[in-house]
Ligand binder design. Structure first.
Ligand code: GTQ
Ligand code: FE2
Length: 348
């Protein structure tokens, strides 16, 4: 029986009575809440060209002073999710630009964030009291409630990066807010350089069994190290074994952030990679190279800086179109959150 027929059976004054008591006949909505066989998907597969978005960012830098914008960001707004400003159902991607001499003031908030640097040099993100240099391909974390601001030390070119946030989850949960007074950026503080005690993999600062490991031990993943690691792994692998490496928490082996996993897929010249079909949604950012992807009905040719949205249960294939150069893709997915919720699934 259709919901319309079920609805029609209910006397009007009964409907009004329910409404007055904040009660709702859930049997009319079951098809929406638990649709048969497959979830209803609002998010579509989408490709954002960096070249096109970059031109719009330049215009934004002319139209919108940084003081007014605070964060000059063009959101990668999935057309199926416009009311939520989200790239996938759970992940927001946005392209942020600052000009030499500008800075984005310090704040902190509930949503977790990370940034993948796309272009520029001479800028840094200050996380709590540490200055993290930003160079193309670098991944920088700003976990929940960590102060962060973006600055130039020097530099003559604009700086652009991809912001990655989980506010599409925090906002509908009604937990998202800026926390604490805006911090005054104090350049007088002496030691701001970012240093880590995690110098080689598998060697962490000594901790007694009674001491807790820090939840976010590393905030900066410089691209040259990631690239050389991928290339070294590729040299050890058969051609038919994918070179797909994930960033892990150096203390726990878990994902970098509670909500999102970050991994890098290297596609050797001409290589094609078919992703498993799964419940996680994924945002893909092209770190380098030229290729093409199919995501369900979407066919997109991509280059460095481009972004793709891969919805839940999408059929995804990525291909390196170059016969000589590797391509590198950053994959951000919501599998850690789905695993914690007990809803993660894969199709064989
Ligand atoms: O750089 O702090 O794209 O707070 C959205 C919210 C960037 C940021 C965004 C943010 C930031
Ligand atoms: Fe922020």
């Amino acid at each position: 029986m259709s919901p319309e027929i079920r609805q029609a059976i209910l006397p009007a004054e009964y409907g009004a009575k329910l409404k007055s008591l904040s009660l709702a006949p859930a049997w009319l909505k079951l098809g929406q809440l638990v649709p048969a066989g497959r979830p209803v998907r609002l998010a579509g597969p989408v490709h954002w060209s960096y070249r096109e978005a970059r031109a719009c960012l330049t215009t934004a830098s002319e139209l919108v002073p940084i003081e007014q914008a605070e964060r000059r960001v063009l959101g990668l707004a999935n057309p199926g999710l416009t009311s939520r400003l989200a790239t996938t159902p759970s992940i927001f991607g946005g392209l942020q630009l600052i000009l030499p001499g500008e800075h984005a003031p310090s704040h902190r908030h509930v949503p977790a964030a990370a940034r993948l640097i796309i272009e520029g040099a001479g800028a840094f993100t200050r996380v709590n009291d540490k200055d993290i240099p930003m160079l193309p391909g670098d991944l920088v974390l700003t976990p929940p409630h960590h102060w962060h601001s973006h600055h130039f030390y020097s530099g003559t070119e604009p700086m652009v990066w991809l912001d990655i946030l989980d506010h599409p989850i925090c906002v509908p949960m009604e937990t998202s807010f800026l926390s604490g007074e805006q911090e005054v950026d104090n350049d007088q503080r002496a030691e701001r350089e970012y240093r880590t005690d995690h110098v080689i993999p598998g060697l962490a600062p000594y901790r007694r069994p009674s001491q807790l490991a820090p939840r976010y031990p590393i905030w900066h993943f410089p691209w040259p190290k990631t690239e050389s690691a991928l290339n070294a792994v590729a040299a050890n692998r058969r051609k038919d074994e994918p070179v797909h490496m994930m960033f892990v928490n150096a203390e726990t082996g878990q994902s970098l952030l509670e909500t999102m996993a970050f991994s890098v897929l290297m596609l050797r010249p001409g290589e094609e990679y078919a992703a498993p079909t799964r419940s996680a949604s994924t945002m893909v950012s092209i770190i380098g190279g030229e290729g093409e992807s199919t995501v369900d009905e979407l066919h997109a040719k991509w280059e460095a800086g481009d972004t793709l949205s891969c919805p839940t249960f999408a059929q995804v294939v990525h291909r390196n179109r170059s016969g000589t150069k590797p391509a590198y893709l950053l994959l951000v997915d919501d599998s850690p959150m789905q695993v914690k919720l007990g809803i993660y699934s894969e199709e064989a």
